[in-house]
Design a protein around this ligand. Structure first.
Ligand SMILES: [Zn+2]
Length: 126
């Protein structure tokens, strides 16, 4: 059976939207676990606090992923999707297939990974 090939950007958009929906529902599940709490005993409070802490960390991680996906969707809309944000080279299609929200080519990504995560530091300083 032959499937009509999608334009690369259309395929990427679908993958990004699917991933976005998944992240949103995961975030909702994590937030629901917090908000859905009935009255809890003193004994359970430490555990609840721990759960909350974990959920916040998960939430922050999901939020960061969500921001990446939204940025990729914005690049798609602007027509510069698949272009490395650092050097302007085309990001290989196979890389975009694996990581539809990739914003850098492999070489630039490796360079960026070698640097300390700056947004993490400013998060804490804020
Ligand atoms: Zn690059």
């Amino acid at each position: 059976m032959k499937v009509r090939p999608l334009r690369p950007t259309e395929a990427a958009r679908k993958r990004l939207l699917a991933k976005r929906a998944e992240l949103v529902s995961r975030h909702r599940a994590a937030a629901g676990a917090l908000a859905g709490g009935e009255r809890i005993s003193e004994l359970d409070q430490a555990r609840a606090l721990h759960d909350e802490f974990v959920s916040l960390r998960v939430g922050r991680m999901l939020y960061r992923e969500l921001k990446r996906i939204d940025a990729a969707l914005a690049r798609l809309a602007a027509g510069d999707y698949g272009v490395c944000a650092d050097c302007g080279a085309a990001i290989p299609a196979r890389r975009l297939e694996a990581i539809p929200w990739a914003e850098r080519c492999v070489a630039c990504e490796e360079r960026a990974q070698a640097e300390p995560e700056r947004d993490e530091l400013t998060d804490w300083a804020a």
